[in-house]
Design a protein around this ligand. Structure first.
Ligand code: E4P
Length: 223
């Protein structure tokens, strides 16, 4: 399973590449704003940094959300962004114009990440339109007390039933339990914030056990 970092903070991305060998990066307008840097300069900086590690790792870059109902504008922006870095995957929303732009860009060989997906039918249509990634936002659904396990399972079944190549990139993940749910349901990728991985990879029992082992170690001769 692939782990992506959901961030546009270069220091966090560098840390995640070094420490966790993350497989890619997803950005969105919130992350770019939090970086404090201009959009085009920060996404290109991230593209260059990630490319230093592995050609296979991707960086998802989101188009202007104001264009959500103007497929020509989404296509034009996608065509402008894609050549800036070979690892870019262009992100656009699951709106009618977003799907159409996805179809156009995918047929021209530009990889697309369909974002803001909240139902299996949205995912199915994105797959039909040639999406490279589909991004279901499970954290948002769970905050709203909606089930997300079945949601992911249904997307995986649909994809497998018809042999679509779209990868299921589970997004807005809030904790380790949700990462595991996505893995059990057969998702290809999760994208999480830095603090979600930090907390998920740790466990209080591991710390407690280390404390005990240190005590024994300190009372034992090494040679
Ligand atoms: C995914 O690609 C999004 O960037 C992200 O997961 C959005 O969710 P959040 O901002 O609520 O974490």
């Amino acid at each position: 399973m692939k782990f992506f970092l959901d961030s546009a903070i270069v220091e966090e991305i560098h840390y995640a590449l070094e420490m966790w060998d993350i497989d890619g990066v997803t950005t969105n307008p919130r992350h770019v704003q939090a970086s404090g840097k201009p959009f085009l300069s920060v996404v290109q900086e991230i593209g260059k940094l990630v490319a230093q590690y592995d050609d296979e790792k991707t960086v998802s870059v989101q188009t202007n959300p104001h264009s959500h109902n103007d497929y020509k504008a989404i296509v034009a922006e996608g065509k402008k962004l894609a050549p800036m870095s070979p690892n870019f995957v262009i992100k656009m929303p699951c709106t009618e114009d977003g799907y159409r732009a996805c179809h156009v860009l995918s047929s021209e060989g530009i990889r697309v990440n369909m974002t803001l997906c909240f139902s299996p039918i949205q995912a199915l249509h994105a797959m039909r339109m040639g999406a490279y990634y589909i991004s279901p936002f499970i954290g948002w659904k769970e905050t709203n007390s909606e089930d997300s396990r079945t949601f992911i399972e249904e997307m995986v079944s649909i994809r497998d039933n018809y042999g679509y190549e779209t990868e299921i990139l589970v997004a807005a993940v809030r904790n380790g339990r949700q990462i595991v749910d996505a893995a059990v349901a057969g998702a290809d990728i999760v994208t999480c914030g830095h603090s979600v991985y930090k907390e998920a990879f740790d466990n209080p029992y591991t710390e407690m056990g280390l404390g005990k082992f240190k005590g024994f170690w300190d009372k034992t001769q090494y040679e």
